[in-house]
Design a protein around this ligand. Sequence first.
Ligand SMILES: [Zn+2]
Ligand SMILES: [Zn+2]
Length: 383
Amino acid sequence: MDAKLHKTLTSQFGPPSELIDVGKFVKDVADTIEPTVDPVMSTEDYRVDEITEALSNVWNDPELSAYLCRTQDKSLALIHAATKSGRSRIPKLSEPSANQNTVNELQSKLDEIKLSSWKLSSDAAIFTRPPRTSDRNTLVQIRKSDDTDITDISNEPQAVIIFSVHIPLSWRQSLLTRSSTHAILSSQTLEDLFKVIPCDYDALPEEYITEDGNVGYTVDAPKKDSSGYVICIDEVGYGDGGENDYADKLQQHLKTTNSTLQLRKADTPASATPLSSLSLRINQPYWMLHQGNCEHFIVVEHIRMKDASDPATGFPLTLQITPPQLDMCRACTKTPAIYAITGDIRLGESPCLLCGTCWNVMGSPIEDGVTVISCIKRVGFSS
Ligand SMILES: [Zn+2]
Ligand SMILES: [Zn+2]
């Protein structure tokens, strides 16, 4: 790992926690949990479900939730504009809607809140930043794993480990961006963790050369099996366990490049390594390599016990997927391209990236052998 990347990782993920033995954590918590007794509550206290109900009532009302989003965006933009680094545009609040009374009612309730930290002060600019693409989520609901063998069938106490996956930006490899967030059970293995991570490389269509020397792509071909991977946790490499184990390949590569990095191959392959057998650090980026040189950084966000409110099956869950950043259309250069077209003699290049409108304007291809690949229908990225 070069010094630049090391600096990025340290500044992006913060100091890592102490080592947490996942198996011991589950055992310790399971041994200490006592039957829950309803605490005695005073009339001034609120139960959590009462607060949830009040929040849901507001959040499920499209008019009120839109009002809250707009006012929050505006107050944040005002705070950022007041600072030196502030370049955000101040959004205009739309005209009062027909139901202005309900909005006023909500605002007067919010104004009554006595908590001094409720309203954002100008100091908040230091701790907040404008939204990024990686804060957005293409999923409208939690996605369960559909592999039948990746289900939780045991009633044993388990921990849920929330982890995020980060990839280098295509235009600056030393910067990372979050690509997805997942939840996995402590009884599941590193292979289950690998399988749930979406990657552009897995969705690349198969390439072939036609008789006249043009490059073609097989669209909608069945997904190929993984060509192997290695996950490195504290200088121990967990490989795929295949004939040409990726951990062996990586060790060989380190030897040929005279790297000073010490990497030991783990005693068990990833498929036989449950997370409960590992000791992990929160906020520590763990490195994963596959498809030759495709890198992902896995960061444990938090570890907690599985609760009755968690889904019973379907782990590992996918909680968030960052929307893909699309290249601009080569024809109009204004709209993000959604198609990659190969072998069309009317276009100056192959593949050529086009938006939907520009491709429709082109009409039907005049020759055979034209392939149209959807850039947004990538494996794992369609919700
Ligand atoms: Zn990848
Ligand atoms: Zn276009």
